[in-house]
Design a binder for this molecule. Sequence first.
Ligand code: 13P
Length: 253
Amino acid sequence: MRKKIVAGNWKMNLDKNQALALTNDLVDTLGDLPEHQRVMVCPPSIHLSSVVEVASGSKGLEVGGQNMHQAGSGAYTGEISGAMLKSYGVNSVLLGHSERRAYFHEDNSLLREKVDAALAMGIEVIYCFGEILEERENETHFDVVSSQLKEALFHLEASQWNGVVLAYEPVWAIGTGRTASPEQAQEMHAHIRSVLTDTYGTECADGVSILYGGSVKPDNAKEIFSQPDVDGGLIGGASLKTEDFMAIVAAMS
Ligand code: 13P
């Protein structure tokens, strides 16, 4: 059975003390998780080492990276590799976040290389994708999302999908306070699962967790998460406050 996951993407927020205070609070608050649930935070890479250390005091809190380079090592100033993440006990990484696509020019073919590099290191990929407002308005959103999936991920073998989580994040809903309605989220998640089914079959498609991201808050999480193809959320702003993040974790069933 696929897992329900709530992951916090801290983006470029929080200094060292704030990051440690938030992690400590989460460790103190997070009780035992049921077998089918996962909770993760993705801090800026400079905090990974200390956040991993604090999180190791909890049973359930996982730590992921926000990005990694596709090369194993080399002259890539400012970048971090999969081997570095692994060496700090970081076993998951966000790839393809819309902010990286927009500001750092990451496209599907580069992301394909990053996906391969992560999986080769045994790092789980949380692959982020989603349409911009214009694409939804001109009704190309289903095609855009299909291409984002196919071009970066559909070279994988079916067996590799147990190392992949999908995070559908419509760009128009990120940080805007504007959320996809539960029906819009379900409609797209069902589309994503059917695209997966067409290539990989039902068993593989049913095993992949598909998270929704984009202005998930304590007051809308339950309704969004109750949709049959929504397996949790990738949370930005609301992951920076213990109370809000934990309320969203509690909305997972
Ligand atoms: P917000 O929850 O702040 O809209 O951000 C969503 C996001 O980009 C998570 O990766």
